[in-house]
Design a protein around this ligand. Structure first.
Ligand code: LLP
Length: 463
C-alpha cells in the first residue's frame, strides 16, 4: 500500500518512513488468522491465548522474550503436506528452519522425512530417533568428517553440490565399504522473486552445479561412472519465501529435460527429482501463501506433463518445506520496556529482545506484524517501530506497524510467524541469552529448548 493511502488520524501518521505500511486495521484487537498459529485467539478478558493458555500466564512461567510454538498446528501442517503429496512422493522438513529433538519426534510421528545441512543437525536428528534412511544431507561444503558420519550411519541420500564432492563422497563410501545413494543439486538458472540472499537458482551463487554449459550433465556422467555412489536423482532448490509458482515450473521443466538427456546419453532413467523448499508464508496480512494441496497439484501436474512429453516415466517427487511448516506455528512474546515518541519523526517501542532473536528484519528487510496480546485496547492506533535492546540502530524487529496508543511499559506484545529462521539464526550478540522455545498444546506448555543462562555463556568462555 502506498503512503498516500494512509489515513489521517493515528499518532505520527504523517511520519516519513522508509518501509511501506498498511493502513491500521479497523480493530487492532482482531488477530488475522493468516499470520497467527491456529490455536491463537483472544479470550473474553482480552488476553490472547495459545493452546488454551493465556500469554500472561506463559510470560509468568517462562519469561520473555520467548518463542511459543503451537504443537498441534505444527503437526497439522506436517500432515497437510504429507497428505497433499501422498504416498507416491516424499516430504522432507528442512531442519535449518528450526530443529530440536521434540521437532524430530513430531516429524517422525507425522510421517515426514528430514533434510539436514550440518553435522549438528544430523546429530539432533539421530539422537531423537529419526531413522537414518529418512534423512537427506545437504550443504555446499560438507566436511570430510560430516560425510563420513552420514555415510556410516546410512543417510537416505547425500545431495552432492560440487564436482569435488562427487569424488569425495565416492572415495569415502568406498573406503567405508558402502554404496551411498546421492542426488546432484543443479542450478536451473531462474531468478526467484525473493530477497537476493535467499535466492539460489540463478547461476552466480555458491550452490549447486549449473545446468547451463552442460556442467550438470558432466556431473551426472562422472557420478554414474564412480563406485561407492548410486545416483538416484536430481535436486533443485530455487530460493526461499517464494509465492509465485512460475519459478518452480521452470525449475521442474529444466530438471526433467536433464533427466531426458541422461536417458538419451546413458540409457538410465533416474528415478527421483527433488524440487526443494522455499514456499512463502504470510508475515503480514498482505501475504497470500498457497496451500500444500495447491502446491502439490501444481508441481505434480508440471512434472507429469513434462515427463509425458519427453517419454519418461514420472519420477518420484520430493520437496523440502521448512518455513511453510514451522514458520506460522510460533510467535515471539516480548515485554515492552520503553516508548519514545520522537515528535514529527517516529515512535520507537523497545522490547526485551531484538536482533539476537530475530535477525531477519535487519538481514533481509523482512516485514512482520505485531499485536498487543496481554490485554484488549480500544485506544487509537499509533504507528510504531518495534526495536530491540541491542547496541545497534539497525536492531529493528518490526519496521512499521500499528499498536494502540495507550501502549505502556510492561505490556506484552507478540510478533507472529517467527517459527522459522528466528531461533535457528539467533545469536548471543551483546551476550544476549537466547530465548526458549516453548511448545504449547491442549492447555499444556513445556520448554523444548530451554532459555540460555549466564552460566551457559560463561561455560564457553574458558578464560
Ligand atoms: N532445501 C534446501 C536445499 C534449502 O537450502 C532450503 C533453505 C530449504 C530446503 C528450505 O527452504 P524454506 O522452505 O524454509 O524456505 N534464513 C533465510 C532462509 C534461508 C533458506 C536456506 N535454505 C530466511 O530467514 O528467510
Amino acid at each position: 500500500m502506498s503512503r498516500s493511502a494512509h489515513p489521517a488520524g493515528p499518532r505520527h501518521a504523517d511520519v516519513l518512513t522508509e518501509g511501506h505500511y498498511a493502513a491500521p486495521p479497523a480493530d487492532l484487537n482482531v488477530l488475522d488468522e493468516k499470520v497467527w498459529a491456529r490455536t491463537v485467539s483472544r479470550n473474553d478478558d482480552g488476553a490472547v491465548t495459545v493452546g488454551g493458555i493465556e500469554v500472561t500466564r506463559l510470560a509468568e512461567e517462562f519469561g520473555t522474550p520467548a518463542y511459543f510454538l503451537d504443537e498441534s498446528d505444527f503437526r497439522a501442517r506436517c500432515r497437510a503436506w504429507a497428505d497433499a503429496f501422498g504416498p507416491g512422493a516424499d516430504v522432507f522438513y528442512a531442519g535449518k528452519a528450526f530443529l530440536s529433538r521434540a521437532v524430530v519426534r513430531w516429524l517422525k510421528e507425522e510421517g515426514l522425512n528430514l533434510d539436514v545441512c550440518s553435522g549438528g543437525e544430523l546429530t539432533t536428528a539421530l539422537d531423537a530417533g529419526m531413522p537414518a534412511e529418512r534423512i537427506a544431507f545437504h550443504g555446499n561444503n560438507k566436511t570430510v568428517a560430516e560425510i563420513e558420519r552420514a555415510v556410516q550411519v546410512g543417510v537416505g541420500r547425500i545431495v552432492l553440490d560440487s564436482f569435488q564432492e562427487i569424488v569425495r563422497v565416492s572415495h569415502i563410501a568406498q573406503r567405508l565399504g558402502k554404496r551411498q545413494r546421492v542426488q546432484i543439486r543443479v542450478t536451473v538458472g531462474v531468478e526467484a522473486h525473493t530477497h537476493e540472499f535467499i535466492a539460489t537458482a540463478h547461476e552466480d551463487q555458491k550452490f549447486g552445479i549449473a545446468l547451463a554449459g552442460g556442467q550438470a550433465a558432466e556431473a551426472v556422467r562422472r557420478a554414474l561412472t564412480l563406485d561407492g555412489i548410486e545416483l538416484i536423482g536430481i535436486h533443485s532448490h530455487i530460493g526461499s519465501q517464494i509465492f509465485d509458482m512460475a519459478g518452480f515450473e521452470v525449475s521442474a521443466r529444466r530438471v526433467v529435460q536433464l533427466l531426458a538427456e541422461v536417458r538419451d546419453e546413458h540409457g538410465v532413467e533416474l528415478p527421483e527429482i527433488d524440487l526443494g523448499g522455499g514456499l512463502g508464508i504470510a508475515y503480514t496480512s498482505d501475504d497470500d501463501p498457497r496451500e500444500p494441496h495447491e502446491i502439490a497439484k501444481a508441481l505434480g501436474d508440471i512434472v507429469t506433463r513434462e515427463c509425458e512429453a519427453a517419454g519418461l516415466a514420472t519420477p518420484r517427487i520430493s520437496v523440502e518445506p521448512g518455513r511453510a511448516i514451522v514458520g506460522p506455528t510460533a510467535f515471539t512474546l516480548y515485554e515492552v520496556g520503553t516508548i519514545k515518541h520522537l515528535e514529527g519523526l517516529r515512535t520507537y517501542v523497545s522490547v526485551d529482545g531484538g536482533m539476537s532473536d530475530n535477525i531477519r528484519t535487519a538481514l533481509y528487510d523482512a516485514e512482520y506484524s505485531v499485536a498487543l496480546v496481554s490485554r484488549r485496547s480500544d485506544a487509537e492506533p499509533m504507528l510504531v517501530r518495534v526495536v530491540g535492546k541491542h547496541c545497534e540502530s539497525g536492531d529493528i524487529v518490526v519496521k512499521d506497524a500499528f499498536l494502540p496508543s495507550d501502549l505502556a511499559p510492561g505490556d506484552l506484545i507478540a510478533v507472529p510467524a517467527t517459527g522459522a529462521y528466528c531461533r535457528s539464526m539467533a545469536s548471543n550478540y551483546n551476550h544476549a541469552l537466547r530465548p526458549p522455545v516453548v511448545a504449547v498444546r491442549d492447555g499444556e506448555a513445556r520448554e523444548i529448548v530451554r532459555r540460555e543462562t549466564e552460566e551457559d555463556l560463561l561455560r564457553l568462555d574458558v578464560g
